[in-house]
Write a protein of this length. Structure first.
Length: 239
């Protein structure tokens, strides 16, 4: 890397995440356990193993905020996270996992319908889809259900790092075209690529969260320029 490029990277501005103080409130197994319906909420839904928990952790900038299970379909409750006194993030149970018993699937469906259909504080829903397999029947049903009820939807095409740049771009354009054709709601349903591993799409998604939750942007924090100097002893590679 040239000195010019290195200096450019050192000077690159970064923004502090407005979600850095987010904490877990509770997991609700029935509507009576939901927190008071006041303020603003952004919810995430998606097929099990689409990378929903990883996406939430990266966007919030908090490793371990949402638990990542090695077994898809383990989230049985609606998990609420407190951003501040008036704002919350909401993690909905994953859908479409075949190994979950039918009665449990039906219970989850009733729980999510109760939340999505009656939550006045809900500002928008993030529908997480694996970019390699987007718009499954479950995904289409979720988007259509929300569009019919006037809920804003943002489709997060995760695991974009698994695709080549050309394939990822083609998937993005294809999903956008399909959404416009099937739902005819330009501006009401938005779409983006995302990779939790590469952290690509992180700022775009975070900006949307902040917009829906009416959080004002803070100015970027510039890293201090450091001139060449002697190496500090005792600093090895990070673990």
């Amino acid at each position: 890397m040239t000195d010019k490029k290195a200096a450019s990277r050192r000077a690159a501005p970064r923004r502090e995440s407005p979600f850095r103080l987010t904490t877990f409130i509770l997991g609700a197994a029935r509507p009576a356990q939901f927190p008071a319906d006041a303020g603003w909420e952004v919810a995430l839904a998606g097929r099990s193993n689409a990378g929903k928990s990883s996406a939430l952790n990266v966007i919030a900038g908090l490793r371990g905020l949402a638990r990542i299970s090695k077994t898809p379909g383990r989230t049985r409750e609606i998990n609420f996270f407190r951003v501040d006194e008036q704002r919350r993030l909401v993690d909905l149970p994953g859908y479409g996992y075949a190994k979950v018993p039918t009665p449990m699937k039906e219970a989850w469906q009733r729980l999510m319908e109760a939340y999505l259909g009656g939550r006045r504080s809900l500002r928008g829903l993030i529908v997480v889809m694996d970019s390699r397999h987007p718009l499954t029947d479950y995904d289409r049903h979720m988007v259509a259900w929300c569009v019919e009820r006037g809920i804003a939807v943002h489709i997060l095409l995760t695991k974009a790092d698994k695709l080549s740049r050309g394939a990822a771009s083609a998937t993005l354009h294809s999903v956008r075209a399909t959404v416009l054709r099937e739902y005819g709601v330009e501006g009401r349903v938005s779409v983006q690529l995302f990779s939790a591993l590469k952290r690509s799409g992180e700022e775009e998604a975070r900006d949307l969260f902040s917009h829906w939750l009416e959080i004002k942007k803070k100015a970027p924090v510039k890293k201090r320029e450091e001139g060449p100097g002697p190496k500090r002893p005792g600093l090895g590679k990070p673990g």
